[in-house]
Design a protein around this ligand. Sequence first.
Ligand code: PLP
Length: 441
Amino acid sequence: MTTTLANIDLETAYAEAAERFVAANPKSAAIQDQALAAMPGGNTRTVLHYDPFPLRFARGEGCRLWDADGHELVDFLGEYTAGLYGHSEPVIRDAIKQAADDGWVLGGPNLLEARLAQAVVDRFPAVERVRFTNSGTEANLMALTAARAFTGRDRIMVFKGAYHGGVLYFAGSPLNAPFDYVMADYNDAEGTAALIRAQGDRLAAVLVEPMSGSGGCISGTDAFLGALREATAETGALLIFDEVMTSRLSAEGLHGLLGITPDLITLGKYLGGGLSFGAFGGRQDILARFDPRRADAWPHAGTFNNNVFTMAAGLAGLTHVYTPDRAVMLNAAGDSLRGRLNDAIIRRGLPMVVTGRGSMMAVHAGSAPPTSAPEASARNRRLIDLLHLDLIAAGIYTARRGMVVLSLPMGAAEFDRLAAAFEEFLDVRRSVILAAGEGVS
Ligand SMILES: Cc1ncc(COP(=O)(O)O)c(C=O)c1O
C-alpha cells in the first residue's frame, strides 16, 4: 500500500483505491466484461459482486488464492465460513478421490450418508435426527415448512436484517418465499418475548441465528436467546437456530456452547467439507414425521441430498480434520486475533470496532459494537468498502462487508499479516476514519 494517498475525504480516498484496483486487475476486468454477455452483471451469486468489479480466481491452495492477474492473496473470506478446511485439505481430497473411484449418482442410499448423519448427531446436542439438503437455504425452507406442518400454524418470526438464504431475506427482498412472517428486533429480549406471547397460537416458529453472521457477526445475548427459548416453550412455537454459519464456533455448535437446546437447527457451509451442503435436524418426534415407512410421512426430496462427494468430504472433514480439539484451537485463535485488531484500534483512539466470536469476525465503523444487523448496516459502509480494497492491495482477501473468517490452514504468519495490513490501514487512513467518526453513512 502506498502512503502517498491524498485522503482528502472518504469518497476521494475510495475513488483512488478503486482506480488502483482497476489498474492492478486488467484480466479480472476483461473476464468480467466477457461474463456480461451471458450473465446479468456477469454474476450468478449476488454477494460476490462489488465495485469496481470482483476479482476472478484462478485457483486456491491451503489458505491462499491466486486471481486471474496472478496476485497471491491470503483468503480471509473463507467462502463465508464454508471454506473452513481451506482449498486443498489432503484428507478431504482423498475422500473425494475415493468417492470418484467408487462411482457417483448411484441412485440409492450409499455407504456414507448414515455415517455422516451419525457424526452430526454425535456432535450437536440439539440434533437427535438429521436430514440432508443441498444448501443452507433449502435446510431453512425445510425447517420452516416442517415447523408449520408440525404445529398446524402458519406464521413465523424472524429478525430485522437477518439473512437465512436466497429466498429468505424477508423484508429485504421482493423474491422472498411467500411466508406469513412477523419481524422482531435482534437482541431485544423483552420486546421479542412479548411479541411471541402476543402471537400466541398463530406462531409456528421463531428462526434465529444465535450469532448474526451476515448481519455483522453480532452475538445474541444470553438474555435474548434465553427469552426466545422460554417464550416459545410457553406458546408452543418451535425455536429454530440457524447454525449454517455458527455451528463451527465450538466443538458442539453455538447452541451447545451456550447451553440452549432449540427444537430444530439448520446446518450448512463447511459441514459438506467444502461441497454443496445443507442439513436440518433436531427433536426426534419432529424428524420422525419424515420417516418414509409411515403411511402419513411428510415428503422430503432432493436428488443430490446424499450425493457421494458431499457425504465423503463432509464425513472425512468432521471426523478426521475438524475434531473437537481443533474446533477449540481455531476459535481460540480467532478470539485472540479479534482482540489484537481491537487493541490496535484502541491504541490509536480511532472510532472502529471488530465484533464476533471465535473464527468469525466483522469490522465496523463507530466505536460501540452494533447490537443488531440494521444498526450495523447503518454505520459508514464506505469506510468498510475502502478497507476491503486496501486489504486486497495488501494481499488479503476479506468479504466486502468487512467480514473476516479463519480457516484451518492458517497460522501465526497469516494472523500477523492480517494484523499488520489492518494496522497500516488504520495509520494511512487515520484522517478519513476520524472524519467518518461515529456517524452513519
Ligand atoms: C445464516 C445463514 N443461513 C443460511 C444460509 C444459506 O446457505 P446457502 O448459501 O448454502 O443456501 C446462509 C448463507 O450464507 C447463512 O449465512
